[in-house]
Design a protein around this ligand. Structure first.
Ligand code: KG4
Ligand code: ZN
Length: 339
């Protein structure tokens, strides 16, 4: 057991959020985030611009996290940073900064896998799920069902074979003429609509997901309707949004239900940016009630990309002595084992 508190600074820079967080003994003391608005102009994240914005934001974001936590740099026991997966130029900024700080403060560095951190975001709040639990992680880049046996022991038991759930929302929104990122807009519009239109349901065996067929089905459906009536989309936006949302949620929850039945696990979490979706949250709560699950969703600020989830993951790696070293290099790819 550690007799004195363990204080960790964490850095997240895998995509378009520059974020830093301080946690002490697993409690988050601060979580600062600089969101890069520039990408909205381009309809998606532009890697080069993301790297440059991280360079601009990293020092003020880390300083603010230290200040908000009310600590001095010399109180830090370790630095955790996201090293995979993500945009390589973006990851290099956070990792390079973390390595320099680790060298100058003479404290260890901890390499954190972004997707593992999304899962462990569920441990930030109390009560937290008990092990083993399942987590459906749904973001703009990934869709996975993870079996979490312990903080440092996870297994991916299902994942998308093509688009991620967030991409399915964003690409469908684009077909409706909505700006990027369209997921939150679909959510808003769906609140006033009904799921009256039906789109293809993928037939993928096991616990894997597929969303590309849904997107194609929406594309052809809209093309035919617009041919008959050029104003079809404008006249039916809420119902279209509701129908798209309903189909994506149904795909997600069907596999989550199957995963619970196959593993016998009823501690069930969702995480990632798409878990902000109000339709998904409602359907998840209803399913959990029906199947007698204990359900968990991280607080909104810990669902989208943030450094607090890197900090909590870093804390558990620290406790198990899972350190990296100063020759560590980030990786764009999502291989599950990076330590
Ligand atoms: O986890 P996240 O912030 O970033 C990634 O790691 O990708 O997830 C972003 C994704 C985007 O695709 C965005 O459209 C989607 O989450 N999203 C939503 C909602 N809020 C964010 N999708 C549907 N409904 C929402 N309310
Ligand atoms: Zn993420």
């Amino acid at each position: 057991m550690h007799s004195r508190p363990v204080t960790i600074l964490a850095i997240e820079s895998s995509c378009d959020e520059t974020s830093a967080s301080v946690c002490r003994n697993g409690t988050i003391l601060s979580n600062t985030i600089a969101t890069q608005e520039i990408h909205r102009l381009y309809g998606g994240v532009v890697p080069e611009l993301a790297s440059r914005a991280h360079m601009q934001h990293i020092v003020p974001v880390v300083s603010a996290a230290i200040e908000k936590a009310g600590i001095e740099l010399n109180e830090l026991d370790a630095i955790a940073c996201t090293t995979a997966p993500g945009l390589i130029g973006a990851l290099l900024v956070g990792t390079g900064f973390a390595k320099s700080l680790s060298l100058s403060l003479n404290i260890p560095i901890i390499a954190v896998h972004h997707m593992k951190a999304h899962v462990l975001a569920n441990l930030i709040q109390k009560p937290a799920p008990s092990f083993p639990f399942l987590c459906l992680t749904v973001s703009g880049g990934h869709t996975q069902i993870v079996k979490c046996i312990g903080p440092n022991e996870m297994e991916v038991i299902g994942e998308t074979i093509d688009d991620a759930a967030g991409e399915a929302f964003d690409k469908s929104a684009k077909l409706l003429g909505l700006p990027y990122p369209g997921g939150p807009l679909i959510d808003k519009l769906a609140a006033d609509g009904k799921p009256v239109f039906s789109f293809a349901e993928p037939q993928i065996p096991g616990l894997d997901f597929s969303f590309s067929g849904v997107k194609t089905s929406i594309l052809y459906f809209l093309r035919d309707k617009v041919k008959q009536n050029p104003d079809f989309i404008q006249q039916n936006l809420p119902d279209l949004a509701s129908s798209i949302q309903e189909r994506i949620i149904q795909i997600l929850l069907k596999k989550l239900k199957r995963a619970s039945a196959e593993t016998g696990i009823r501690e069930i979490c969702i995480a990632g940016g798409v878990s902000a979706n109000s339709g998904l949250r409602k359907a998840f709560a209803e399913l959990g009630e029906k199947l007698n699950w204990n359900i968990f969703i991280p607080e909104f600020q810990y669902c989208t990309d943030n450094a607090a989830m890197i900090a909590i993951t870093g804390y558990y790696q620290y406790m198990d002595g899972l350190f990296s070293n100063l020759s560590l290099t980030p990786s764009a790819r999502a291989e599950w084992n990076i330590n």
